[in-house]
Design a protein around this ligand. Structure first.
Ligand SMILES: Cc1cc2nc3c(=O)[nH]c(=O)nc-3n(C[C@H](O)[C@H](O)[C@H](O)COP(=O)(O)OP(=O)(O)OC[C@H]3O[C@@H](n4cnc5c(N)ncnc54)[C@H](O)[C@@H]3O)c2cc1C
Length: 462
């Protein structure tokens, strides 16, 4: 039998979600051999693909917590990086809507909390101002609190941009590499995976919902992930004029509550629910969850319910039995955990990566900056705020494939599908192609374009 040499790297990152990809990108900016080990066949297939897609200012975090610090820092880092890499972001702003005396009484405290979190741009406003911002809100609003910098972002492009840049910087993206055991040796750790062992001097656990299980491979029992399901309804694009801003409820002891938000793709979201489950793989939606959302939607914005629902989905937050993120380094065994990255990890991803790099450097990973870094990738635009290829005469004249529409609901051209299939981190199935181009996510949910798109995918796989 011919043996293949074991892959050896300075740093292995376990988990190809937005957090793991951000860390792989960050570390690959130094003279460090990096591998990203992902159990699935693509990046961003876990919680990172199914969230509410808000770039949070962190105004409502718990002051003094690590989450508060990293969400604020992440907001600033990701805002800057989005502009460079072409990740769709819209600074829509948000308004918290008070409907009871208790809600109204809570607003000044929330503004103070925002200031403690380093965000001083919230303003208390009266009911008239709230209705001026969101005329479709149900009667009964008593007042509000504005959060002008709360934004919406494309979570798919974010993860893909990090993974693409990590790869362009030389990191190895290893799919189908579920880590099932670790063997810590004096100089390095052998990670046993479904696709063979990898030897890494330093290991980073960014395994999201399985972070506790990977931590246990090191013998730790320091936290338990409690998968907290959030179900959401996606309304048709015709609903978008109803919600130009993110409409937030006033948070209570029961949680952050249900919001109405525009999406970067031109739809409107209603959700999420919050329900603790035991199965970290259960992303099914439920009749009760959807009924609950419809009832909440009726109370918040009745006219929204006259619009058509295009899709529903559920994501699982990696909540834990701890009140904060859990970021800890085991210097002796060269192992870093980023656990409990629950409902804000998209926003905090780059700050978590920066923190990971600092902790690893302080613990002994030699981090010499590189002077040969490629430019950040310029990602294809799949947001509505900037022109898409089908809207550009110049692009169509230069390449007619951008004028040949394949997915009519989302106006995705053959050229964009071709580009995605030939990209540095290509999709391996229809869902991956949807996250890169929007194909199949519109009104018909792929009914009209699936055959043609599947054919293109098959051709690319040959
Ligand atoms: C309903 C909902 C709404 C949310 N809204 C927002 C929001 O508006 N704004 C925001 O900032 N955040 C939001 N979040 C949170 C955000 O989505 C998450 O914090 C973030 O996606 C977590 O990313 P991750 O990389 O830690 O985890 P994941 O994306 O789950 O990635 C972990 C990866 O690790 C892999 N893995 C697991 N075990 C192993 C193993 N043993 N070996 C190899 N690979 C492994 C998995 O396959 C997975 O791909 C929301 C979350 C939910 C559920």
């Amino acid at each position: 039998m011919i043996g293949t040499a074991m892959i050896e790297v300075d740093a292995a990152v376990i988990g190809g979600g937005v957090v793991g990809c951000a860390i792989a990108r960050e570390l690959a900016g130094y003279q460090v051999g990096v591998a990203l080990l992902e159990a699935g066949r693509d990046v961003g297939e876990g919680t990172s693909k199914a969230n509410t897609a808000i770039l949070h200012t962190g105004f409502d975090a718990t002051p003094g917590s690590l989450e508060s610090e990293l969400v604020a820092r992440g907001y600033s880092l990701l805002s800057g990086y989005s502009a460079l890499a072409g990740i769709p972001v819209e600074r829509t702003g948000a308004v918290l809507v008070a409907r009871t005396g208790a809600d109204l009484g809570a607003l000044p405290g929330l503004r103070e909390r925002a200031v403690k979190n380093g965000y001083d741009r919230c303003e208390l406003v009266g009911a008239d101002a709230v209705y001026a911002m969101a005329p479709a809100l149900a009667p009964g609003v008593l007042g509000g609190l504005t959060v002008p910098d709360e934004s919406i972002i494309c979570p798919w492009t974010t993860t893909l941009a990090f993974a693409t840049e990590a790869k362009q910087r030389g990191a190895r993206l290893l799919f189908g590499h579920r880590v099932t055991a670790v063997r810590v040796e004096p100089e390095a750790t052998v990670l046993v995976t479904a696709a063979g062992p990898i030897r890494a001097r330093w290991v980073v656990n960014a395994a999201g919902l399985h972070g506790d299980a990977v931590d246990e491979l090191y013998g730790f029992r320091r936290f338990t992930v409690i998968p907290r399901r959030g179900e959401l309804l996606v309304f048709d694009k015709l609903a978008r004029p109803l919600a130009d801003k993110i409409i937030l409820p006033v948070p209570s002891a029961a949680g952050k509550g249900v919001l109405v938000s525009p999406t970067i793709y031109g739809n409107v979201l209603l959700g999420p629910t919050a329900e603790n489950l035991t199965d970290p793989g259960d992303t099914s939606t439920s009749a009760q969850g959807l009924e609950f959302l419809l009832a909440r939607g009726r109370a918040i914005m009745p006219s929204l319910l006259s619009e058509e629902v295009t899709a529903c989905y559920a994501g699982l937050r990696a909540a834990t039995d701890r009140p904060d993120y859990l970021v800890e380094i085991d210097r002796a065994r060269r192992y870093l955990l980023l656990g409990g990255i629950r409902s804000t990890g998209l926003t905090a991803s780059m700050a978590l990566a920066e923190r990971a790099r600092v902790l690893l450097g302080d613990a002994g990973l030699a981090l010499t900056p590189r002077d040969d870094l490629p430019e950040p990738p310029r990602m294809p635009n799949i947001g509505e705020a900037r022109p898409r290829p089908y809207q550009s005469d110049a692009r169509i004249a230069a390449d007619p494939d951008y004028g040949t529409i394949v997915c009519f609901c989302e106006r995705v051209s053959r050229g964009e599908i071709r580009d995605a299939l030939a990209s540095p981190v290509p999709p391996c199935d229809l869902d991956g192609l949807r996250r890169r181009t929007r194909t199949g996510m519109g009104r018909c949910q792929g009914f009209y374009c699936r055959a043609e798109v599947s054919g293109l995918l098959r051709q690319a796989a040959r």
